[in-house]
Write a protein that binds this ligand. Structure first.
Ligand SMILES: [Zn+2]
Length: 360
């Protein structure tokens, strides 16, 4: 594995559901620590400041550290765990999946119990099981055994899924590419910027609690008070069977990072998005443009662009198949292209360029 693969493995396998980001935060801090001055907001987001040739403008690149997961909501007397979802899960991807409960005594492995076909009626076979009816089985036979294992109410529960390099060597399978791929992008870019001059001050920010309402973005942007922001995300690719693409735009794995021109929660600054597209054209970096109103969900950009009197903001994403599941897939070519595009943008974002973005 090369540096980027090691980084992606480390970050995607780390624990960090919303509000429980300690493990992934330590990793991010270890990587960013030597590259700039580290500070935090009071919710736990990490901010790394790196001065360039000028103190202004202030450029914020942001990725969220948290991933979707669950917490233990109840232990039945038979020793099964009920759970509450943190973030947007589709019930259908949950049954029979492996999970890890992070207890004060250490990790406890479990599975989301699925009734075997032998016990299913014809009607049950056709029906979608809802997550409120699901439970986690840690192999216990009583509530006492669960307590003895250290599992308690409100303990965080993490999807379990190892990082794997797939057959073509350029695509990767893992959980939490949304948005550990964004974190890896921020870290890789910051490492490259050590030897590249830039006419601004750069803030790499790893936010918390995005999946439950953009909360770390809302607080960290107040600490940074940026003049311009680029939000790094993993976005839903739709280049697979049954995605309902007839007559619609297809975001394809390996066809380049995605510059969002329209989202339900944010309209990006036009000059900023044009800057990215122009750099991509000039340097031969492939990009895809998204303006698909069907796509749901928000990004940290929604909170960041409304900070103060407004911040010119754009979302740069990696297309990811099967986001918000145990088995998401991303393409290395998209990652590498995004790093080049990001570096190109950081080098061009001087005071003149940024002032021009809000000269109405
Ligand atoms: Zn995300």
């Amino acid at each position: 594995m090369d540096d980027v693969e090691v980084l992606l493995k480390e970050l995607t396998e780390a624990s960090g559901i919303s509000g429980h980001e300690t493990e992934v935060r330590r990793l991010v801090q270890n990587h960013l620590g030597p590259l700039g001055e580290i500070s935090h907001d009071k919710l736990g987001s990490v901010i790394c400041r790196k001065c360039g040739e000028k103190s202004e403008p202030k450029i914020m690149i942001a990725a969220h550290m948290d991933e979707i997961g669950f917490v233990v909501s109840h232990v039945t007397k038979e020793g099964f765990l009920r759970f509450a979802a943190l973030g947007g899960w589709w019930d259908q991807v949950l049954l029979a999946q492996r999970v890890t409960i992070k207890t004060t005594q250490g990790d406890v492995v479990g599975t989301i119990g699925a009734k075997p076909p032998h016990l299913l009626s014809d009607e049950e076979r056709r029906k979608l099981v809802e997550k409120n009816d699901m439970y986690i089985d840690i192999g216990a036979t009583s509530r006492e055994e669960v307590e003895k294992a250290g599992v308690g109410v409100a303990d965080p529960i993490l999807p379990t899924s190892g990082f794997t390099i797939l057959a073509n060597g350029r695509t990767y399978l893992a959980k939490a590419f949304d948005d550990r791929a964004g974190c890896a992008l921020a870290i890789t870019t910051m490492k490259r910027m050590v030897s590249i001059s830039h006419p601004n001050t750069l803030f790499a920010v790893a936010t918390v609690q995005e999946e439950v309402g953009l909360r770390g973005a809302t607080t960290s942007v107040k600490v940074v008070d940026p003049d311009v922001a680029i939000v790094l995300e993993g976005t839903a690719a739709n280049d697979m069977p049954g995605a309902g693409n007839e007559g619609h735009q297809v975001l394809k794995l390996g066809a380049g990072p995605v510059v969002t021109f329209y989202r339900q929660d944010m309209i990006p600054n036009h000059q900023l998005r044009s800057l990215l597209i122009d750099i991509a054209k000039r340097e031969g970096i492939p990009v895809q443009i998204r303006a698909d109103g069907r796509v749901r969900g928000g990004t940290d950009g929604a909170a960041i662009h409304l900070h103060g009197s407004g911040v010119p903001t754009v979302v740069l994403s990696l297309p990811v198949r099967y986001v918000h599941s145990h088995g998401a897939i991303m393409h290395r070519d998209d990652f590498d292209a995004a790093v080049e595009l990001l570096i190109g943008a950081i080098r061009e974002l001087d005071q003149k360029a940024v002032t021009g973005m809000t000269a109405w």
